[in-house]
Ligand binder design. Structure first.
Ligand code: AHM
Ligand code: MG
Length: 339
């Protein structure tokens, strides 16, 4: 396998997509083209994110998004780029974005509504980290529409259970830029060579270690956590067996998830007394991460049930999330159930 992995490692994302096209659920080539357009937008946004410290682009754009949070200029930029790139190919019929109140119907090129896919994106997650030079990410999630081709896209096309996703992934704009994604056949990670603008397969078949020693949670909210989470944190800190665990929290979901995927760990954003459904959004953040987690041999739960089985009722719905190494998520669920 070392040799085949070595060979695979010289592969570019473009080559990988072509070679694995048959693995895509509906292999008409459309999903490949969709991933290709995400690859392109990722490079464009990467270029802009990398310049953040140089140009006068940092700072609130003056708008607030639907959640009442300040929008940074780069959020707006990334949002526009991804929407533009995805709209410019005749594949996508609708886009939902964390930065837009409502979904967007794409029919500029597709007057007869023939396009089959909808995409949900968080164009720049963790954007409050930009002005302190900490990694941010883009998260995306792809579904086939459920309403008939030939009719306008509707909200039902977006409110699908996460287990219906046909692809999901993230771009991490970190010390290096990576695209990590799944089409339901495992998770593969590609690293951008910025000198030539090419993504290379650097992390084939990524898997969460079964267990780990990292827990990632904003402990500043401790007083507001449910008892199950408080008890699980105490468990993580206990001097027993392989514990205490290490606490690592970047405050950038993509980065925290990515580290835990490589090293083994659990990410938790629970419900709090102030935010009864947690903070993260089911459609833009939790579902894509949950699909990736399960495809990488990990788990994602709201504390009681599988994230991917939750029936969404609104676009900007929030949900608690416990995500990462299988055994750690199971342990945390045990604490939730018994508290
Ligand atoms: P955002 O979509 O507004 O950037 O918020 C999501 C981010 C996640 O990346 C991160 O894990 C979380 O918010 C951190 O929240 P907190 O500061 O409450 O711990
Ligand atoms: Mg976000």
């Amino acid at each position: 396998t070392t040799q085949s992995n070595m060979a695979k490692k010289n592969q570019t994302l473009g080559e990988f997509i072509i070679e694995n096209q048959a693995e895509f659920k509906y292999s008409s080539g459309e999903l490949s083209r969709l991933i290709n357009s995400i690859r392109l937008a990722a490079k464009v946004v990467n270029h802009e994110v990398n310049k953040a410290g140089l140009v006068d682009i940092i700072g609130a754009a003056g708008d607030t998004n639907i959640q009442g949070e300040d929008q940074q200029k780069l959020d707006v930029y990334a949002n526009e780029k991804f929407i533009q790139t995805l709209s410019n190919r005749n594949i996508v019929c609708g886009i939902g974005s964390e930065e837009n109140d409502d979904f967007i119907a794409i029919n500029s090129l597709d007057e007869n509504n023939q396009n089959k896919y909808v995409v949900l994106i968080d164009p720049l997650d963790g954007s409050s980290n930009i002005d302190v030079n900490v990694s941010v990410g883009t998260i995306f999630s792809v579904y086939r529409r459920v309403t008939p081709v030939g009719t306008p896209v509707t909200i039902d096309d977006f409110l699908q259970e996460g287990n219906k996703q046909v692809a999901a992934g993230y771009v991490i704009y970190g010390t290096s830029t990576m695209l990590v994604y799944t089409t339901g056949h495992g998770v593969n990670g590609f690293t951008l060579n910025p000198a030539i603008g090419t993504f290379y397969l650097s992390h084939p078949s990524m898997q969460f270690p079964e267990t780990g020693n990292i827990y990632s949670i904003n402990e500043g909210n401790y007083a507001h956590f449910p008892q199950g989470v408080k008890s699980y944190i105490k468990y993580c800190q206990e001097e027993k067996e392989d514990r205490p665990y290490t606490s690592r929290y970047i405050g950038s979901l993509v980065s925290d998830f990515h580290r835990n995927l490589i090293k083994g760990g659990i990410y938790i954003y629970p419900q709090t007394s102030k935010a009864p459904n947690g903070k993260l959004r089911l459609l833009y953040e939790c579902n894509p991460m949950a699909f990736l987690a399960e495809q990488a041999n990990g788990l994602a739960s709201d504390g009681f049930q599988r994230i991917l089985d939750i029936q969404p009722t609104e676009l900007h719905q929030r949900v608690p999330i416990f995500c990462g190494s299988r055994k750690m998520v199971e342990k945390a669920e045990e604490f939730m159930k018994n508290s």
